[in-house]
Design a protein around this ligand. Structure first.
Ligand code: AMP
Length: 115
């Protein structure tokens, strides 16, 4: 945990968020600036700056994030209509919060192309 990280503060309950799921490894909450009808953030509780720093992390943690994304998508009723899971790494991708997170987007048709 780092004191200055907003997502660490949410995970620890020090910062309010609309949390929909939490277990010992992962927390899921609504994005404050939604870019789709459903826009949730899947956040490992452990502070990892981005996917680029994930090499030394337990691979099960990364897998668990994706499993939880699928579970929450099902619970939100978008499993059948489809959804997108994306993580931004660094400046070209527009990463703005430096705590690894996966965006779960759905509930309406999503824009393509991705790049
Ligand atoms: P990224 O640009 O990929 O780093 O995504 C960061 C996301 O976090 C953005 O979509 C923000 O809207 C979202 N965000 C930032 N602060 C908060 C917060 N306090 N609660 C919920 N979402 C947040």
């Amino acid at each position: 945990m780092t004191d200055s990280c907003i997502f660490c503060a949410i995970v620890a309950g020090r910062q309010p968020a609309r949390t929909v799921y939490q277990d010992e490894t992962v927390t899921v909450f609504w994005d404050i600036h939604p870019q789709a009808r459903i826009h949730l953030l899947i956040v490992p509780n452990q502070h990892i700056r981005s996917l680029a720093e994930a090499e030394d992390v337990d691979p099960a943690l990364l897998g668990r994030c994706l499993q939880v994304a699928a579970k929450v998508a099902r619970e939100q009723g978008i499993a059948e209509t489809g959804y997108r899971v994306v993580t931004n790494v660094g400046p070209h991708a527009g990463q703005s919060v430096f705590h690894l997170h996966f965006h779960l987007l759905g509930g309406n048709p999503l824009r393509l192309p991705l790049g």
